[in-house]
Design a binder for this molecule. Structure first.
Ligand code: 13P
Length: 340
């Protein structure tokens, strides 16, 4: 394994205070988002939407890497240039979602396990040939008074670690994503406790599987109460709880933490990331960055609505969110940026 290559890839993605754009929605998830806006759910519309994203002028000023889906990594612009080439030519590192989705975990009602380890070595070799330099695997952790179970956390951490080791063997940087979900009414404190436990399990398993921590990217949730919890914390409280949780659980060898957005509004995701960097940047050992899907894309999708004549306005909305999040990495995001 070439550890230096992994380290260089991870550094390149986050250099210049850039972050990751997640555009790796599976076909069913992408179709669900299209259906809400009455956009036809066809392969051509998914291609056209992804073309809008990868060709947005100036995207590379704020975005250092893009996570693609299996369908997307094989697609081309309408003039025939592979998306992977468009991204790489712009200095945006292409990556690929490689998990096969979360399925019911046997014997654990309400809990899921992410599948996709069988045959992964061969799939990674193919993606690497196509041009991917990093990969993503998402574990989902549901929260209520009784969940998650210890065995559910361990099974997901184990799968993440097996995946990460295979990625590093193939020369791809693994994004390790244990997502504690926002669905439900659980409290802020409960999310903190579950996130801490999930991350402890993940790093135990990464060490067991001999994963080089300098060559991974951690993609965690922010510490947040359930969406229907009546008590919602302030932006600074979220920043403090999240970074303190990470300081207790994530080794300093990890180069970067890139948050998922998980259903927060685009503005709140930027404000919370900004607060983390304002309050902790000089004290944390890792880059504190973003790997948002909805919090970067949703405003652009709302503008596009499947209409060719809306492409450039949608690209502007996309760039705006990317720029806001780059500013948040620097601790320079202001809510006033939303109205200019
Ligand atoms: P969201 O930012 O929409 O939660 O998506 C994150 C993700 O895992 C996609 O790669």
């Amino acid at each position: 394994m070439n550890a230096q290559k992994l380290i260089d890839t991870a550094r390149a993605i986050f250099a210049g205070d850039k972050g990751l754009l997640a555009m790796d929605e599976s076909t069913p998830t992408c179709n669900k988002r299209f259906a809400k806006l009455e956009i036809p759910q066809t392969e051509e519309m998914r291609r056209a939407y992804r073309e809008l994203i990868v060709t947005a002028p100036g995207l590379n000023e704020s975005i250092g890497g893009a996570i693609l889906f299996d369908e997307t990594i094989r697609q081309k612009t309408n003039t025939g240039t592979p998306f992977v080439k468009v991204l790489a030519d712009a200095g945006i590192v292409p990556g690929i979602k490689v998990d096969a989705g979360a399925k019911e975990l046997a014997g654990h009602p309400g809990e899921k396990i992410t599948e996709g380890l069988d045959g992964l070595r061969d799939r990674l070799a193919e993606y690497s040939k196509i041009g991917a330099r990093f990969a993503k695997w998402r574990a989902v952790i549901a929260v209520n008074d009784d969940l998650p179970s210890r065995s559910g956390l361990e099974a997901n951490a184990h799968a993440l670690a097996r995946y990460a080791a295979l990625c590093q063997e193939a020369g791809l940087v693994p994004i390790v994503e244990p997502e504690v979900l926002m669905d439900g009414a659980h409290t802020f404190e409960r999310c903190l406790a579950v996130t801490e436990e999930a991350l402890r399990n993940v790093f135990i398993q990464l060490n067991c599987q001999r994963v080089v921590l300098e060559g991974i990217i951690l993609k965690p949730n922010m510490v947040l109460p359930g969406l229907s919890c009546p008590q919602q914390p302030s932006v600074d409280e979220v920043a403090d709880a999240t970074v303190n949780c990470l300081l207790r659980t994530v080794p300093a060898a990890v180069p970067a933490i890139a948050f998922l957005s998980g259903g927060q509004s685009a503005e709140l995701a930027s404000a919370r990331l900004n607060a983390m960097n304002v309050r902790f940047k000089s004290r944390v050992p890792w880059a504190v960055a973003f790997s948002f899907a909805r919090a970067i894309q949703q405003p652009a999708l709302d503008v596009w609505r499947g209409k060719e004549e809306h492409v450039s306005a949608a690209q502007e909305a996309l760039l705006h969110r990317a720029q806001c999040n780059r500013a948040a990495r620097r601790g320079e995001y202001k809510t006033g940026m939303e109205h200019t």
